[in-house]
Design a protein around this ligand. Structure first.
Ligand code: SAH
Ligand code: SF4
Ligand code: F3S
Length: 441
């Protein structure tokens, strides 16, 4: 095949990968290609991979196998591109094990994707796992499409080196985009229909550009962009929650009262072994300070159970920090040894059954808290940003300020509107209510 026309990008992992996937689609679109309806119809399939936990690479190989098999049945030979963090971490091995993969491109080099695809279509494989800082942003085009809530990557990479984590190796060192280029992209996204911007970075609150613009300043400038009514950011590190940023939560109206602030463990010994550079107590103090300036602040977190050496008492400390914090939402994982990270070779790895049992106990508590949080918003009237059509006709699905999914009857509103809704029912994963800014017909 010499002239690929239809692409399909499949993304795994975090929101930064979702952002990257959108940009890849724009690049392929600019190169004259269109989006295929399904993966099996595509001339180019991009797997934008994640390497954070185990079996990531195995999933990629089995997906490559599936694509090849489906294509062969139809006498088709699509270009398969592996992008993202598995490409970065295991590019050479993919090249060896999957000779049919035509493009291997890391997260910092995908601005060259169209040229690489073209070469692959003419039978030449391309591999690019360079980590050139920020070069990709200069090479990316302008935003044309924007969802009501759109992602905007402002910072990439991580210098924290938590001992369990692959991200510093797959995404490279911390770099912040220049505030002016971030603002330019924010304006474009607003013009294309975004009402909410989610500022993204592996350590987004470590943001500081070459001219010294800090994160709180950047948020203020984004809040001034016409059309942008809501701002969120993710993921932040507890050690980078400065006083200035905490104050900003009490001052900037557009900054939504929801923060994803991973703590990982409630035990100071485990936190130290994880190289987290914060303590359980300093985390709780940060949350308290946030709630002083913004009393309705909803908190979300990430947890790892079964880190090497974690005792029963240390796990109990994690349950305790969950009780003290009170989470609106959370993600929790069994510790997964990642090749090349210090924790993978630590002694005293925890047995699988113990991890399973601890995860179940932690998740039961977190689920209980999530339901209680949702029930606590019953009867509350709040702004909801309509993000898409609901399942039933005439229904819209949107987000509350606290990032809960809210179903409501459109009653004249459309996707992209911010309307006032009174919450009537609350379930574990979503709410529903009625518009109060308009009399029902
Ligand atoms: N930069 C962010 C997110 C990193 S990855 C942060 O620092 O919070 C998202 C989550 O995956 C982490 O917060 C952690 O809870 C989890 N995670 C990372 N590596 C892991 C591993 N080896 N095993 C299990 N969970 C892991
Ligand atoms: Fe990974 Fe830690 Fe960096 Fe987050 S802060 S990306 S968990 S090394
Ligand atoms: Fe996964 Fe890479 Fe994100 S490893 S979590 S896709 S930074």
């Amino acid at each position: 095949m010499t002239d690929p026309k239809r692409y399909f990008v499949r993304s795994y992992g975090c929101q930064m990968n979702v952002y990257d996937a959108e940009r890849m689609e724009e690049l392929l679109g600019d190169a004259g290609m269109t989006r295929a309806a399904t993966q099996d119809d595509a001339d180019v399939v991009v797997l934008n991979t994640c390497h954070i936990r185990e079996k990531a690479a195995e999933k990629v190989y089995s997906e490559i196998g599936r694509i090849k098999k489906a294509a062969a049945e139809r006498g088709w030979k699509p270009v398969v591109a592996v992008a993202g963090c598995v490409a970065q971490a295991e590019g050479e091995e993919i090249a060896r094990r999957a000779p049919d993969v035509g493009v291997i491109v890391g997260p910092q080099a995908y601005h060259r994707l169209p040229q690489m695809v073209e070469r692959a279509a003419s039978g030449q494989r391309s591999v690019d796992t360079d980590l050139p800082t920020l070069e990709k942003f200069k090479a990316l085009g302008q935003r044309r499409r924007a969802a009501p809530s759109s992602f905007l990557t402002i910072q990439e990479g991580c210098d924290k080196f938590c001992t369990y984590c692959v991200v510093p190796y797959t995404r490279g060192a911390e770099v912040s985009r220049d505030a002016d280029t971030v603002l330019e992209e924010a304006h474009r996204l607003a013009e294309a229909g975004a009402r909410e911007l989610v500022l993204l970075g592996q350590n987004v609150n470590a943001y500081r550009d070459a001219r010294g613009t800090g994160f709180a300043d950047l948020i203020r400038r984004v809040a001034d962009v016409p059309g942008i009514s809501r701002i969120r950011y993710t993921t932040s590190h507890p050690a980078d929650m400065t006083d200035e940023l905490i104050s900003a939560h009490g001052e900037i109206e557009a900054l939504m009262p929801y923060l994803h602030l991973p703590v990982q463990s409630g035990s100071d010994r485990v936190l130290k072994a994880m190289n987290r550079s914060h303590s359980a107590e300093s985390y709780v103090e940060t949350i308290e300070a946030l709630r002083r300036v913004r009393p309705d602040m909803a908190i979300s977190g990430d947890f790892i159970v079964g880190f090497p050496g974690e005792t029963d008492a240390e796990f109990e400390a994690t349950l305790e920090i969950v009780r003290r914090t009170g989470y609106a939402q959370a993600y929790s994982f069994k510790y997964s040894p990642r090749p090349g990270t210090p924790a993978a070779t630590m002694g005293d790895q925890i047995a699988e059954e113990v991890k399973t049992e601890r995860l179940a106990r932690l998740q039961a508590l977190l689920n209980e808290q999530q339901l209680a949080f949702n029930e606590g918003t019953r009867g509350v009237t709040c702004d909801v940003l309509a993000e898409r059509n609901g399942r039933r006709p005439g229904q819209l699905l949107g987000k509350s300020p606290w990032l809960q999914s809210v179903h409501f009857s459109a009653d004249g509103a459309s996707v992209g509107d911010i309307v006032e809704v009174r919450i009537d029912t609350a379930g574990p994963n979503s709410l529903s209510g009625l518009r109060t800014d308009r009399k029902a017909a």
